[in-house]
Design a protein around this ligand. Structure first.
Ligand SMILES: [Zn+2]
Length: 442
């Protein structure tokens, strides 16, 4: 009896690997959990015994890396678990996801980080990398045990959901980042300006008679923390940039050589505050959806390398929590499963090239994570076999009842997106496959 092949040939696709400058038709062979061969169309793989995945007409790229998501476990398992969140990630083409520490208890000590890692190893289908708290208990008072968290394997620090409460705390965290090399991931919000705010402050908040969240609430903290990054020489990563003003502040800081990186979410790149017109609580997110002018600045920021990466800020909530009076609904969008489909809109309208988009989801976030994960986000021979296959022009309707995520909270429910992930391979294992493509045993 012949043994089951240890190799998988991904055959007939179009390979996009910005890390290697590859943007052409080709085949990919995976052996023992690693990329073992990459060939141009027509070249023969160095093996004859393999399973195969026929991906004619489809794009093949490194598995996506998400630097910002909320898996809600421990403490909020009714919203999401590591098991459901990682499956949702796989359906969205993500093979590495970094989870925020605003759990209960928060990830401010070794034991909770170890808990998340153990759960992820047991129940997760993609690589889960925890982020540790900046402050003990996320209370914004004193620094968390950063050495302990770093040795437990966190890839960065954040009090996400809240900013680093004081300039002093941020200064200390950034000073620590000089020694550890791990980024401080910054949720920029001056909460004295946003208390009770619901949506972007502007024409829409006046029209809907909802309390506004001014762009200045974000920009004030972006400016503060860029100053502190300059002062300390620390590594600052600015989460979910949403305003044109923030883009300008980051642009100027980068020109001065400040060690800052930045991310933008799919929803801030593709939706304006007009999505709130029907008081849809599923479009209520923090920072809020902004205006067309902000979107234009965010896209330009991506093109100019002012914004380095795209991260989902996947923030699942239960249906009951979102089905309530607008002011009482929690902030957040369940983002994994629609990320690529919505982002491809930027490619179809000529605002970004496919390769620019893929870079922002693969090799660029790998660089920010760095360390032993810095080599992720590529299809180079010897790299872990994390691969995403997508149909760039397939039209599909967002049906939240098919989501793997427990969070069905998305303003995209019922809309038609052009482009869909159809297979995801994580560490050589096929962890998601759409029925539209065929897997053949060798
Ligand atoms: Zn945040």
């Amino acid at each position: 009896m012949s043994k089951k092949p240890d190799s998988l040939l991904i055959h007939g696709g179009y390979i996009i690997d910005p890390a290697q400058g590859i943007d052409e038709a080709g085949d990919l062979l995976i052996t023992g959990g690693e990329i073992s061969w990459l060939g141009k169309r027509g070249e023969t793989p160095p093996l004859s015994d393999y399973d195969s995945l026929d991906v004619e007409g489809l794009a093949v790229c490194p598995g996506f890396i998400d630097l910002h998501c909320h898996l809600r476990e421990p403490g909020f398992e009714e919203k999401e678990t590591i098991a459901t969140g990682s499956r949702a990630a796989a359906r969205g083409g993500f093979t590495t996801i970094c989870c925020m520490p605003n759990t209960d208890p928060p990830l401010d000590n070794k034991a909770t980080v170890e808990y998340v890692k153990a759960k992820a190893a047991e129940e997760g289908v993609v690589r889960v990398l925890p982020i540790g708290c900046i402050s003990r208990g996320r209370k914004g008072e004193e620094l968390a045990l950063m050495d302990e968290l770093a040795s437990a394997g966190v890839i960065g620090f954040s009090d996400d959901g809240a900013p680093a409460a004081t300039s002093l705390l941020m200064r200390q965290a950034l000073e620590y980042s000089c020694a550890s090399g791990l980024p401080v991931i910054d949720h920029c919000e001056d909460t004295s300006l946003t208390g009770g705010g619901q949506i972007n402050e502007g024409i829409m908040s006046i029209r809907l008679k909802l309390q506004g969240i001014p762009a200045a609430a974000e920009e004030a903290i972006v400016a503060r923390d860029l100053e502190l990054a300059e002062l300390t020489g620390g590594r600052l990563h600015i989460a979910h940039v949403s305003t044109a003003g923030s883009v300008e502040l980051i642009r100027r800081a980068k020109e001065k050589g400040v060690r800052a990186t930045a991310e933008v979410t799919p929803h801030h790149l593709t939706l304006t505050d007009e999505a709130l017109l029907g008081y849809d609580t599923n479009a209520k997110v923090n920072p809020p959806l902004r205006t067309k002018r902000d979107i234009e600045a965010l896209v330009q920021g991506l093109k100019d390398n002012v914004i380095d990466i795209i991260a989902t800020d996947h923030a699942p909530h239960t249906e009951a929590e979102k089905r309530c009076e607008f002011a009482l609904a929690p902030f957040g969008i369940s983002g994994f499963e629609t990320a690529l489909g919505s982002l491809l809109g930027l490619v179809h309208t000529g605002q970004l090239s496919l390769s620019e988009l893929v870079a922002r989801l693969t090799c660029e976030p790998a660089k920010i994570i760095g360390g032993k994960y810095g080599g992720l986000g590529t299809l180079a021979v010897g790299a872990p076999a994390d691969v995403t296959v997508f149909a760039p022009t397939l039209n599909w309707m967002v049906d939240t009842s098919t989501f793997a995520s427990k969070g069905r909270n998305t303003p995209l429910a019922g809309s038609v997106l052009k482009g869909k992930v159809v297979a995801t391979i994580s560490g050589g294992k096929l962890v998601y496959k759409d029925d539209s493509i065929e897997f053949k045993e060798g």
